[in-house]
Design a protein around this ligand. Structure first.
Ligand SMILES: NC(=O)c1ccc[n+]([C@@H]2O[C@H](COP(=O)([O-])OP(=O)(O)OC[C@H]3O[C@@H](n4cnc5c(N)ncnc54)[C@H](OP(=O)(O)O)[C@@H]3O)[C@@H](O)[C@H]2O)c1
Length: 386
């Protein structure tokens, strides 16, 4: 099997690359990289393997230079002569939640995907187009319940961020371009850290947990269910799905399901046990977030409810000194709090039915292995590029 993989330098794509490279069924893995030179691309790929001391074989892992933003990406892929590709794994995406990146998100996740699909359509031996989607395409109208695969894509759904909208549109695009038998859609839930005791491939969602750990007074429903999985589980599940002898569906959640779900309350207990000298966690209503933001701008009305948490406001003053830091942190955290409040759990019974894989370990347990990395994290740096 020859695979063409996009997003190999990312959190999910990197773990997929290493996991796929260990499978005997896989001959070559072509990786799309937006590097300037072949040598630079090779160095980046080597880095994906060296992070956890995995073996890199340059005869099997082959860089292909290209950017989802290139107008001529389809033609340049055709000209590469990659006609032996029989599986495409499309993991590249712009995953930013920030409004300032909306245009880039659309350009990468819809425009870029279209270019890959136009190339995929003319491949002589394409068997499977595996799209790494996201379970959060269900949108924000669904709340506090188990969500099933066949509820999406739904054009009526409303979205917290452009990113989930573009991922929803992406699924529709794939169906326009390719016959159903070639489509496999894996929709991970929220991917945070790694369940192994190794340096995480990306700080992205761990950053939100590290920030919550520092803040301690958190405007979010602590009992809302959170469907979080580690990247090693996600990659194993997706690769097992690709090689599953019998797939009964074209779309699968890659998720914790009810059995492996967690809550902010449970995560806070794990954090409290490790960071035992910090103030206790206090979860307050999400409606107080605006008061927090006003306080950080010195504009909070004197009779505001937030003043009843004065010991936390004093703690913030002592810890951060400069209130602008708090403004930056809460601006970065804002979309994460919105997602946390939704209470989504993504049903994983399709995955467990068709793939020989256990439930994921709950995040409040596996995250114990990442505490020393959480401790070292520069949360302000992460907030600037959430
Ligand atoms: N992380 C999660 O919690 C999560 C949850 C559900 C679903 N997903 C899905 O999983 C997939 C991968 O996400 P991730 O977390 O691995 O994201 P990530 O860490 O941000 O990685 C994104 C990857 O896409 C590549 N990329 C971005 N823009 C590109 C462009 N214009 N041209 C070529 N390559 C480009 C990046 O390359 P560079 O290294 O060059 O930037 C990187 O390899 C996405 O489709 C996402 O929707 C992620």
């Amino acid at each position: 099997m020859n695979i063409f993989l996009t997003g190999a330098t990312g959190l999910v794509g990197g773990e997929l690359l290493v996991t796929l490279s260990k499978r005997q069924e896989v001959d070559k893995i072509y990786c799309l990289l937006r590097s300037q030179t072949h040598a630079e691309a090779l160095t980046r790929l080597e880095g994906v393997f060296s992070l956890h001391d995995d073996a890199f074989d340059s005869t099997r892992i082959i860089p292909v230079l290209g950017n989802l933003f290139d107008d001529n990406l389809t033609d340049s892929l055709i000209n590469e002569g990659l006609n032996d590709v029989d599986v495409i794994v499309h993991s590249a995406a712009n995953t930013s939640f920030s409004r300032v990146n909306d245009d880039l998100v659309e350009k990468a996740n819809i425009g870029g995907l279209t270019k890959i699909l136009l190339w995929a359509k003319q491949l002589p031996h394409l068997k499977t187009f595996l799209y790494i989607g996201t379970a959060t395409i269900c949108g924000k109208d669904v709340k506090d319940r188990v969500v099933h695969e066949d509820e999406s894509p739904n054009l009526e759904a409303t979205h917290l961020v452009k990113y989930t909208y573009t991922k929803m549109k992406g699924e529709l695009l794939i169906r326009e371009h390719l016959p159903e038998e070639k489509i496999l859609i894996a929709r991970p839930s929220i991917i945070m850290g790694d369940s192994r005791n190794i340096v995480p491939r990306s700080p992205v969602i761990l950053w939100a947990m590290a920030t919550i750990n520092h803040l301690r007074l958190i405007p979010v429903n602590e009992y809302a269910q959170l469907d979080i999985i580690p990247v090693d589980y996600a990659a194993n599940a997706i690769v097992e799905l690709l090689f599953a002898p019998h797939r009964h569906y074209h779309v699968y959640h890659i998720s914790s399901g009810e059995a492996g779900a967690t809550t902010a309350n449970k995560l806070s207990k794990t954090l409290s046990a490790y960071f035992d000298e910090m103030p206790p966690f206090n979860f307050i209503s999400k409606s107080l977030l605006n008061q927090v933001k006003h306080w950080a701008k010195n504009k909070l009305q004197p009779d505001s409810e937030l003043y009843s948490y004065r010991e936390y406001l004093d703690y913030w003053k002592d810890t951060f000194q400069d209130k602008s830091k708090l403004r930056v942190l809460f601006a970065g955290l804002d979309p994460y709090l919105d997602f946390m409040e939704l209470g989504h759990v993504f049903d994983n019974s399709r995955l467990l039915e068709d793939v020989n894989i256990p439930n994921s370990i709950p995040a409040d347990i596996y995250i114990n292995n990442s505490m020393k990395f959480v401790e070292k994290m520069d949360i302000l740096e992460g907030a600037i590029d959430p």
